[in-house]
Design a protein around this ligand. Sequence first.
Ligand SMILES: Cc1cc2nc3c(=O)[nH]c(=O)nc-3n(C[C@H](O)[C@H](O)[C@H](O)COP(=O)(O)O)c2cc1C
Length: 172
Amino acid sequence: MEKIAIFFGPLNGSVHRVAKMVAEKIGPELVDLIHIGSASTSDLEKYSKIIFGISTIGKDTWQQKFDNNDWSKFFPAVSSFNFSGKRVAIFGLGDHITYAYHFVDSMGLLGKLIKNQGGEMFGKVSTEGYTFQDSEAIQEGMFIGLPVDEDFEPELTEERVSAWVNKLMTEF
Ligand SMILES: Cc1cc2nc3c(=O)[nH]c(=O)nc-3n(C[C@H](O)[C@H](O)[C@H](O)COP(=O)(O)O)c2cc1C
């Protein structure tokens, strides 16, 4: 059976922890967990089902969003990649208290980019149960992927990830 890829970054923080949790819930034998710091477009080509894990760091421009993290290097690869025929889902780490007006923005920007590049998005999530003011990750009233707040709602992460993975596996 073809494996699902989880491309994530950065290493050793909340995104990494949640990436491992997502892999665990899907079933580790069904997943390749790939750090984007050592990945290229040829790795994206190998998979038809791709999950991205990203955090929002900064809020004004792509440059600032991805400055000093793995996404600043991987982003150019994603923005030129043809995602036609790929089934894609995203989880995004953020902080709904400190950054209430930019909650998980990077997840939204990445999702829009993937759509523009021909990818089909799965794993949308209702805004119910989340408190925030604004987010680039909302499309047609839903989050484009799974928001996770390990800074202020870590107690909800496991439940959120489980529900998302269960739903995603029926859609993917
Ligand atoms: C400098 C900085 C800027 C941030 N900006 C945002 C933001 O605009 N929106 C948001 O939802 N979270 C923001 N966050 C919170 C992070 O996304 C959150 O802490 C996340 O869990 C970090 O995951 P990582 O350690 O794997 O990168 C910011 C954090 C830092 C340190």
